[in-house]
Write a protein that binds this ligand. Structure first.
Ligand code: SF4
Length: 253
């Protein structure tokens, strides 16, 4: 699919907004694309909490979605409630399709993600990626809290990208921010954040696949800690993702 006609010149925008306050870029893309056709993906991370506050200040109609895998921490659900109360909005919530998840659970059990990387990727596909595809089919652009320093796979991200996997724009307003800048904004604006961060968690996903990390350790080293670092994306932000059905032979699907 060709790029959508919203008068967004990637090179020009990346040049113009480099080093600028992320709110300027957010306001620009919301105005150009329109609040009904752009949405923020929130996993309730500190970055997503910053963007939620920024975005709702720009436009109270902003769409913010949460992918409920069914395996999230209770603290994440508690923070959802607190954030909705604070900013007076509702998340769009997307959950796995039972008809897709149930056969997988029946064949491999509830904890298959620990057994083989292919099964972990399949679980992520059924619980996250397909929900993401459903919501992204309703927009022309999505906003994410990715930062370059989060992992080796994210060092090249731009403020505004063309997401060829979903054929829409992808906006990374915090791409250049450090973790310290995120925390400074959280504290200055008194933004609610997950209590898990106070227990050593630095990147929070599903409960069975996330653990606390030692001070100074890589931010994402607590995610899928039993896997090699190069395979640690879940498919929401694919570097070179392919259909996972192709990686499982029929008896493994
Ligand atoms: Fe499944 Fe773990 Fe992926 Fe969550 S992070 S969808 S539990 S494999």
């Amino acid at each position: 699919m060709d790029r959508l006609d919203h008068n967004l010149d990637l090179n020009e925008i990346n040049r113009a907004f480099a080093g600028e306050d992320p709110r300027r870029l957010l306001a620009h893309v919301v105005e150009k694309i329109g609040p009904a056709r752009i949405a923020l993906a929130s996993s309730l991370s500190i970055e997503d909490q910053v963007l939620t506050q920024m975005l709702l200040k720009i436009d109270a109609r902003a769409r913010i979605f949460f992918i409920d895998t069914g395996r999230n921490f209770q603290q994440t659900y508690d923070l959802m409630e607190e954030t909705m109360g604070r900013y007076e909005f509702h998340y769009e919530v997307y959950a796995p399709e039972n008809s897709e998840l149930e056969p997988f659970l029946a064949e491999y059990g509830p904890n298959a993600f620990y057994d083989r990387v292919e099964l972990r990727q399949k679980c992520c596909e059924l619980r996250k990626v397909r929900s993401l595809q459903r919501v992204l089919s309703t927009v022309d652009g999505w906003i994410c809290g990715l930062r370059r320093e989060q992992s080796p796979t994210r060092q090249e991200i731009d403020l505004l990208e063309w997401d060829s996997h979903h054929a829409i724009y992808k906006v990374n307003p915090l791409a250049a921010w450090s973790e310290e800048q995120v925390w400074a904004y959280i504290r200055r604006e008194n933004i609610p954040y997950s209590s898990l961060y106070n227990k050593g968690f630095r990147s929070i996903g599903c409960q069975p696949c996330t653990r606390a990390v030692a001070p100074g350790a890589d931010v994402r080293s607590g995610r899928w800690w039993w896997e090699e670092p190069g395979k640690k994306e879940c498919g929401l932000h694919p570097v070179d993702i392919q259909s996972l059905d192709q990686t499982l032979n029929p008896s493994q699907r």
